[in-house]
Design a protein around this ligand. Structure first.
Ligand SMILES: [Zn+2]
Length: 171
């Protein structure tokens, strides 16, 4: 029987643990920052941002969308674990770019029920980052909303470009 991918991961973990020493950290991120990013496999947050183990919270989903559950994580991050800055990262070539809410309808036709979540697809990357920043800034649950910045990561160059929250979308 061949190894499944999960078997390979478990084997890799045994090697990892063999060389691991307890860093002696508690759960509070050293650099007091929470990063909300897309789940995209090409985005290595720690490498791309110069982060080390223990530095930050990373909250990821399809699109890096600020959903209610992301607000839940950020609320715990800020109120219980001491973070006070939020970085939002979307990226070029995102799977959600150009999808539409029609996907919910397709699902409904196939399985007989509509999901109770929005697809949160988008057509304009910068505008989507702006919307995400606005959702974080206006959340009543978050005590720290003055240091919220949003970026687009270019998967071909590895470079981040900051999105100006004040810009208005191109018509
Ligand atoms: Zn993506």
């Amino acid at each position: 029987m061949t190894d499944t991918v999960t078997d390979q991961l478990v084997a890799a973990n045994k090697r990892y643990a063999a060389g691991f020493t307890d860093p002696g950290m508690d759960a509070r991120p050293v650099r007091k920052v929470a990063i909300v990013a897309c789940m995209d496999a090409r985005l290595d947050l720690h490498a791309a941002l110069g982060l080390a183990l223990g530095d930050c919270h990373t909250i990821r989903n399809a699109g890096g969308v600020v959903t209610d559950d992301v607000i839940r994580s950020l609320t715990i991050s800020q109120r219980k674990l001491g973070t006070n800055a939020v970085v939002l990262i979307h990226h070029t070539g995102c799977g959600l770019l150009g999808m539409t809410e029609d996907f919910r309808h397709e699902l409904e036709l196939e399985v007989g029920q509509k999901p109770n979540w929005a697809i949160e697809s988008f057509k304009d990357l910068d505008q989507d980052v702006r919307q995400s920043m606005a959702r974080v800034r206006t959340s009543p649950f978050l005590p720290h909303t003055e240091d919220v910045r949003g970026f687009v990561f270019d998967v071909t160059t590895g470079l981040l470009t900051e999105v100006d929250p004040e810009d208005t979308p191109a018509p």
